[in-house]
Design a binder for this molecule. Structure first.
Ligand code: GLP
Length: 240
């Protein structure tokens, strides 16, 4: 596991550069994408590079990690909406090649074929991850089996509290989600994780130094052969 410590602007640019490199080497690359506040600058940098002609996402396919159960893709807190607003509307990707799990309708049928869809597309070439303050990646909460594939899950009180900042009221935060599993994530060829701020310090410690345990879902990444963790000083503060 490689670790890069720098400020948010710098690590975001580094990660955007990693994506750009993958896509320039393989124009039909399969990209694994995440939501949350952490990747926002990365997506802005990717969009800027696209506008400047340094990369084209025209032939790429994307798969997102997760979605809330109960939110339509048009809801402003759904992850489909987030991706359109923060990345897809600003790059030259063909929207029909962007895959985000469904949270309504026949979402279970879509969930059940998601891992096969990823496989059929050739597998994820590069996956970006954020991290929850309790060490979750995607919505794989503590206790999720390491061999899990895409599944429905219940969010912990901590995650609901953390994510309530984006809703008008904590009672509006969905309590369930669909998420790629830990095994689905581990199947990616290359993984980059971004974490900033003091409230991620404990999870980052578990990620880098902690024992590999299902109580700290991110710790499974220690077993992946190509992971780079990008952190700022605050997120790294317990490790050094
Ligand atoms: C949510 C998402 C995760 C994300 C985490 C951290 O729970 N499902 O994929 O990593 O939030 O979000 P943020 O980057 O906003 O701190």
């Amino acid at each position: 596991m490689k670790v890069v410590v720098n400020n948010e602007d710098v690590i975001s640019q580094f990660i955007a550069d990693e994506f750009i490199k993958v896509v320039n080497e393989k124009p039909n690359a399969v990209l694994g994408l995440a939501t949350g506040t952490s990747p926002l600058k990365v997506y802005a940098d990717m969009a800027k590079a696209n506008k400047e002609g340094k990369v084209s996402f025209k032939n790429c396919t994307t798969f997102n990690l997760d979605e809330y159960v109960g939110l339509e893709g048009t809801h402003n807190q759904s992850y489909r909406y987030f991706m359109n607003e923060n990345l897809f509307n600003h790059i030259d990707i063909d929207k029909k090649n962007t895959n985000v799990l469904l949270g309504v309708g026949d979402y279970k049928a879509f969930m059940n074929k998601y891992d096969q869809m990823i496989k059929d597309a050739g597998g994820i070439d590069i996956q970006i991850l954020g991290i929850g303050s309790d060490g979750h990646i995607a919505f794989n909460e503590p206790g999720t089996p390491f061999d899990s594939l895409t599944h429905e899950t219940e969010l912990t009180k901590q995650t609901i509290k953390d994510n309530s900042r984006l809703f008008n009221n904590i009672s509006e935060v969905p309590t369930r989600a669909i998420t790629m599993g830990l095994k689905s994530i581990m199947n990616a060829r290359k993984i980059v994780l971004i974490a900033t701020g003091k409230n991620k310090a404990k999870a980052v410690y578990g990620l880098i130094k902690g024992p590999i345990t299902e109580d700290m879902p991110c710790s499974i990444l220690q077993k992946h052969h190509d992971v780079t963790v990008y952190v700022d000083e605050d997120a790294y503060s317990l490790v050094k």
